[in-house]
Design a protein around this ligand. Structure first.
Ligand code: GN1
Ligand code: MG
Length: 338
């Protein structure tokens, strides 16, 4: 990105600082993200993918409502809010600027159990601080986001209208997935029986920021999908991404085997703090199984549809991602967690 462009966005947000450099960050499969440094401060500049997030204005309302609530309650983590509480339209693009959380770093896979504990505590506190917030006051910005029936329907449509070469190439994994689809119906039933919560909906490992020095979590970020929902979406995505020893992008599928110690630690630490009902606690591990399978189906659907949703950097990336999630799912099916 051109420095002048970033500088013009800065002045539109009322910032007078001169930008020293701009660097693209390669994580995130939907938005485009840059880190922008001035002499004194660092910022995150993001272009929102408006075709995937068309209701970004309502999304901003949700972020501000929840962010202000947490601030009022002295939530003990950072919650970086968009500067001027608004997004900026430039031609066909929508940009936002946020303060960079100082001394923070994110990871694509776990290296210590303390990271797991610290992250599960952070998500637990997020639920704790929002336990008396009426989640039904939040707007639904991505209808059907984790709706099992809907995800099955999209997958089945891809089976009839998807790329014919890719359908042939992915046949073995398609057949395996078909036999497991009922898990997404069970998912819908379980979720519909649980209370409506404030749900982050994207609690994957690299959405947690850790302190570079202490390795404790400073913040959970990326609130584009903040909506009413079911706790299993959040604990499920933590289990999915923290328990995978090689991360969701790994091509070394044989190394994708879930780490049971990590799963038990996530569940124990989260359940201790999150103010949940027993029925929710009993289903936390099921959340991990179902969300992993759901992610497998979502990646495969996108592969069959020609990669129109998730960013890719090589041809079969979405198929590899689906295989990675499938292997993780099989390993999760084999264990009995807390
Ligand atoms: C997407 O853009 P990113 O990386 O924050 C996706 C999540 C998936 C994740 C998989 C709106 O999140 O649901 O779990 O990729 N976000 C959306 O890495 O679909
Ligand atoms: Mg996200």
């Amino acid at each position: 990105m051109e420095l002048e462009f970033a500088q013009s966005i800065f002045s539109n947000f009322g910032l007078k600082e001169s930008i020293v450099n701009v660097k693209r960050i390669e994580s995130g499969l939907i938005n485009s993200t840059f880190i922008v440094n001035s002499k004194t401060n660092s910022y995150i500049l993001q272009a929102i993918n408006t075709s995937i997030l068309p209701n970004y204005e309502k999304g901003l309302e949700n972020i501000l409502t929840v962010g202000n609530w947490l601030k009022k309650k002295n939530y003990p983590y950072s919650f970086p809010l968009p500067i001027k509480s608004e997004y900026l339209k430039v031609k066909n693009e929508v940009w936002r600027l946020m303060p960079f959380v100082k001394n923070s770093i994110s990871y694509n896979r776990v290296s210590t159990l303390n990271q797991v504990k610290s992250a599960a505590n952070c998500l637990g506190e997020f639920y704790h601080y929002l336990s008396d917030f009426n989640a039904k006051n939040l707007l639904i910005t991505l209808p059907n986001f984790h709706n099992g029936e809907f995800i099955i329907k999209k997958f089945e449509e891809a089976l009839t209208s998807g790329d014919s070469k890719r359908l042939l190439f992915a046949k073995p994994i398609i057949n395996e997935i078909l036999s497991e689809l009922p898990i997404l119906k069970k998912w819908d039933n379980v979720c519909n029986s649980l209370p409506t919560r404030v749900v982050h909906y994207d609690t994957k490992i690299n959405n947690f920021l850790f302190d570079k020095k202490t390795d404790e979590v400073l913040a959970i970020i990326d609130f584009d999908t903040l909506m009413p929902g079911c706790v299993l979406s959040d604990i499920g995505d933590m289990i999915r991404t923290y328990s995978n020893p090689v991360g969701e992008e790994s091509k070394e599928i044989e190394k994708v085997v879930c780490n049971k110690e990590i799963i038990n630690l996530i569940i124990k630490e989260f359940a201790k703090i999150a103010c949940l009902e027993n029925e929710e606690i009993e289903n936390l591990f099921f959340g991990g199984i179902a969300i992993t399978f759901m992610q497998c189906v979502r990646f495969l659907t996108d592969y069959l549809n020609g990669d129109s949703y998730y960013k890719i950097s090589y041809e079969s990336q979405n198929l590899i991602r689906a295989k990675n999630q499938w292997a993780l799912y099989l390993s999760l099916r084999k264990i009995k967690a807390l």
